[in-house]
Write a protein that binds this ligand. Structure first.
Ligand code: HEM
Length: 264
């Protein structure tokens, strides 16, 4: 049965709908909204799905901007890159996030380091989980960076014009290994102490400057709390800072070298 309304009286539901669409129009027309949702965004007033708007979406978003507007068909095939470079980057982000969590509970001194890790595992909510995520992500990152390098080599992508990016990649591999090694000392357990003793002794055999290199790495003549502080700063600040700079150059070079390599 059809509902009848008194003349001049709008049904409540229609009134609410009208108010909601007025509000949407006002918000979408505001300067604040349009400063956040740039041209091409589906959230803008009057959006249409056109090639121009699709390009705008890429150009106006800081995240999408990292990707080129156009990509070659083979470059988006997962089976070509196996996404190993992207996976290495993802693991780095995961390591940063979990690492920040660990920093809240860890003090880098010989007296506190081991017990802080023990407390983290036994008394902190999600402590064991986050520590293990950090450890596993570190192992996986070494593996994925290595496999990524093997993939690049297999495809001959180290050849011109990508030889500079290959060199940047070699530096990234070394930084990844250094991050892994400096993190190894931080739990301050027997495994860590002896691994670092062996590592720094080996570096002591560097020609000409061996003793000096060893002294700098240990922060003294033998492994101790100064070594821990030194490696901690390297692990949480200096090496991540340097690797981020090299990653930025690496990604920028992929773009400048004409995107991912491909079959000729
Ligand atoms: C932290 C380590 C690294 C990260 C995060 C990283 C990331 C990436 C990403 C995201 C790409 C785009 C395509 C892809 O996934 O393959 C790429 C390409 C490339 N990477 Fe890496 N990479 C790293 C280490 C390395 C290493 C160790 C090498 C070689 C020694 C290397 C050499 C290259 C080259 C030459 C390309 C261009 C490949 C092509 O055009 O096919 N990268 N990298």
């Amino acid at each position: 049965m059809a509902t009848t309304n008194k003349p001049g009286k709008q049904p409540l539901i229609e009134k609410l709908q009208q108010q909601a669409s007025d509000l949407t129009a006002n918000v979408q027309g505001s300067q604040a909204w349009n400063s956040i949702f740039r041209p091409g965004s589906i959230f803008r007033k009057g959006y249409t799905d056109s090639p121009r708007n699709r390009s705008y979406v890429i150009m106006n978003s800081v995240l999408y901007h990292l990707h080129p507007v156009k990509v070659k068909r083979h470059a988006v095939k997962v089976s070509y890159t196996l996404c190993l470079g992207g996976l290495s980057f993802f693991l780095f982000i995961l390591l940063t996030v979990t690492g920040i969590f660990l920093m809240f509970f860890y003090r880098p001194t010989a007296a506190q380091a081991w017990s802080d890790i023990y407390t983290l595992q036994t008394s902190v909510t999600f402590g064991l989980l986050v520590r293990n995520m950090h450890r596993w992500a570190a192992h996986l990152m070494v593996l994925s960076v290595f496999l990524h390098m093997a993939r690049v080599f297999y495809h001959g992508a180290y050849k011109a014009p990508r030889e500079f990016n290959w060199v940047i990649g070699v530096i990234l591999l070394q930084l990844t290994l250094l991050l892994s090694f400096t993190g190894y000392l931080l739990p301050w357990d027997q495994l860590a102490l002896w691994a670092v003793t062996v590592g720094t002794n080996m570096m002591g055999y560097t020609p000409v400057f061996g003793e000096q290199v060893r002294f700098v790495l240990l922060g003294g003549v033998e492994i101790g709390t100064d070594t821990l502080l030194r490696w901690y700063v390297l692990h949480v600040l200096m090496l991540p800072f340097v690797i981020v700079i090299f990653m930025a150059i690496h990604f920028w070079r992929v773009r400048k070298d004409g995107g991912i390599s491909g079959p000729l």
